[in-house]
Design a protein around this ligand. Structure first.
Ligand code: RIB
Ligand code: CA
Length: 338
């Protein structure tokens, strides 16, 4: 892991050799799988977490920031962590402790972090860093998109200032998880999701449930990791045990889906997935379908017909469809057993 505190690189005006580091701004609502995504990133030599912003979602934003600090301290990283939006753009706050536990980390949050949050908001942090590092930073969004939407409103040129954006969220051709139509991240702030998908980011990868539901770990994988004893593995196993128990109660099988870790892995190596490019929108007025991704899946040229208003005229996004699941699960196992 190369961090912004890494003495060798970040203070160097340029790299001695070609740098392969992906420099990330992480926007997150930790959250069990968010925590596992941070652990994954920390184990990657080619990843640099430049800064972290929390957002409401699995837990309130302030709690999420403290959880991010806890996990970052466990993996010995210290990027600045700012607190982001406390509520969605246009609906009351809803959180998901029923999935992630009252403390957001499956009951394993432990004592308060030693560090404190950095001043300013997550949205301002995104804008400040994008302006200071034009074209260099990848924004990895693992929670509701409220901070990203606010950052676009603060800085309309954001799409040209970020190298790329990778979003975990949505359900394009598969059912939702928090409702039959929407995933939790888009459901928790549909307006923000729609604004981001229509903001014109030239390189936006959407890692929706279509991809993440393929990244499910079962009893064998979980049992193998449970054999690994180390502070990091112990913490990961505690998180996965809680998550697996939730899935067991809900679906009758002790398994769990690594939504955010897959998005993190794809942010570092987009070749882990295959993509379909299409303009997308998000349903905002459906009584039952708020938060649903709307797209024109017809194979015909939609110019010949009435295009979905939500997608028409928008820059297409890259929707991850196929996933190299064995490769990802091997990478994830290797990261957590460190
Ligand atoms: O739908 C899954 C997403 O919602 C993940 O990011 C999970 O952490 C929750 O935020
Ligand atoms: Ca998340």
């Amino acid at each position: 892991m190369i961090t912004s505190q890494h003495p060798g690189l970040s203070s160097w005006p340029g790299c001695l050799v070609e740098c392969h580091s992906v420099r990330l701004i992480l926007d997150t609502d930790p959250g069990v799988d968010d925590a596992l995504a941070i652990m994954y990133l920390a184990a990657q030599e080619d990843a640099e977490i430049v800064a972290v912003g929390s957002v409401h979602g699995n837990v309130p934003a302030a709690a999420g920031a403290l959880n991010a600090l806890r996990v970052l301290e466990l993996v010995e990283l210290a990027p600045p962590v700012t607190v982001g939006a406390a509520r969605p753009l246009a609906q009351p706050l809803q959180t998901a402790e029923f999935v992630h536990g009252e403390d957001g980390l499956g009951g394993h949050a432990g004592p308060p972090p030693k560090g404190t949050v950095a001043p300013g908001s997550a949205a301002e942090q995104i804008v400040r860093l994008a302006r200071a590092n034009p074209g260099e930073l990848t924004l990895l969004a693992l929670g509701p998109l409220t901070n990203v939407a606010l950052a676009v409103l603060l800085e309309p040129d954001l799409p040209s200032l970020l190298r790329s954006v990778v979003v975990m969220g949505g359900a394009v051709t598969v059912p939702g998880n928090i409702t039959p139509y929407a995933d939790a991240n888009f459901y928790h702030d549909p307006e923000a999701a729609d604004l981001v998908l229509g903001a014109g980011f030239p390189e936006l990868i959407l890692v929706a449930l279509d991809a993440t539901e393929q990244a499910r770990v079962g009893t064998e994988w979980l049992a193998a990791l449970a054999e690994v004893k180390s502070p990091r593995a112990d913490f990961a196993n505690n998180l996965l045990d809680h998550y697996g128990q939730f899935y067991s109660n809900m679906f009758g099988e002790h398994s769990c889906t690594l939504h955010d870790p897959l998005a993190a892995a794809i942010a570092l190596d987009p070749k882990l997935a295959g993509y379909r490019k299409m303009p997308l929108g998000v349903e905002l007025t459906g009584t039952h379908t708020r938060g649903q991704v709307v797209s024109d899946l017809r194979s015909i040229s939609s110019d010949a017909y009435i295009s979905t208003k939500a997608g028409a005229g928008r820059a297409p996004v890259k929707v991850a469809e196929s996933v190299d699941v064995p490769a990802f699960l091997d990478l994830m196992f290797a990261a957590l057993k460190d």
